[in-house]
Design a protein around this ligand. Sequence first.
Ligand code: FRU
Length: 486
Amino acid sequence: MTDKGVTFLDVGEAGLIARSKASWPEWYGSDANRPQLRFSPFKGWMNDPNGLCFIDGRYHLFYQFHPVESEWGPMHWGHAVSDDLYRWSHLPVFLHSEQNLWSLGATGGAFSGSAFVGPDGKLSFYYTERLPAYDLFKDYKEVQKRVVPSNDLLRPEANRLVLVDGPPGSSHDFRDPKVWYDEERQAYRMVLGAAIDGDPAVLLYGSVDGNDWKFLSVLYRAPEHFRQHGARCVECPDFFELDGRFVIVMGFVGYTEPATGRHNLLYAQVGNFENDRFALLSDELQELDFGTDFYAMQSFRAGERRIAFAWLFNWEFRKPAGSPYSGELSLPRVLGLDVQSRLTMVPEEGYQRLRAAALPQTSPFGFDCEPGRPIELSMAGDLDGIRIVGRGAEGESFSLVHTDGRLELAVAEDTGEIKYCSAPLRLERLTLFFDRGVVEVFANRGTICGTRRTYKITELTSLEFMPADDAHVKACEAWSYNSAWT
Ligand code: FRU
């Protein structure tokens, strides 16, 4: 199963169609809106990456999945496996919701969670089950569960409830556990996303056996600015050690940034974690992706590296009606810290093996693109003031401009109400990928990243860049790509 993947049975007009792995390249390639370098579900709705882990030399991806339609609904965990983080095989659904929510007309189910390898080397998963509100006057309830998988990782072998109630001041938003083992204390630790008295917060829990959990403290509480601008709770907190520091990553659901109108922002803060206390290096929140189509990031360790994926979506635009699926993952990103202890993210280098050819240069500042093929543009030099435009047959698909000292990323759908711009930077290095509507930008070795998803013009015919008069482009290369699905 883990080599061959599942065969999907599709009920079409012509009857039952079996779609085995051999048919996936055609299925993925023929959808003009379907990214080719990134994971997306075969059918149905996908959101957050879950349970990411590297086991016996293979990468396992689980993800928030609604198999019935390409809209969010009762949650399951989809499952896929890869040898290289780019080429995936679909595996059977791993987790189902506790109750048959679809038939009840309810939502909830197997919400987000993460993988955990214990001190004994054994793998388990922690996740949230959202129990629906049957009574309209009550809220839903979120409880935490622990799953031990079968040896082949294809199904849960044991599933138990490990944490039911949040601490005083918390609300019904109480979810998305991330667990690790604290060697010094010889104890388990868990962070959960929640709100405390209305402020988005990350809660710290402790356990001696991984099953019986006690509330320890509020590890992080967002400044009141976030509550005042709509933030309801923290979602998908990630907390991990990196180069001798600890990093917290979180999304504040509901928040809209007053200055730009952006929402769905993801933030990081770096600090030291000692005696169950998280001491921040600075009060300033680092914005992780100025494009905001990068949410619910989850990281995991693979050997010496910390790798992360996120969900490419921000609820602003939707897939065109009739699409067999919705939801994609970012490129795998390798995490690091820069000299100022800011979190950096660069694409995992395996993408280079998927390069097809150098893009033909049609002018000093222009390249021809083969519609449908992913492309990469990489540059170095004094790039301040540069303007990059990707065009399709129907007009401008996206533009990336360095203006007023910031990067600004616009797509065909934009009306100008929301401004997708970065923190100020002197632009010295830039790598940009375009993949059937996904634009993923990495600047200055990953200190600034920006991701946007456009559904309007997804096939590029040309790519142009216009340096400012005083710019100095020292290096520039552009590539077309093969699909990771072929
Ligand atoms: C984030 C999120 C999580 C939750 C899951 C439900 O996108 O809302 O907080 O567990 O999605 O699908």
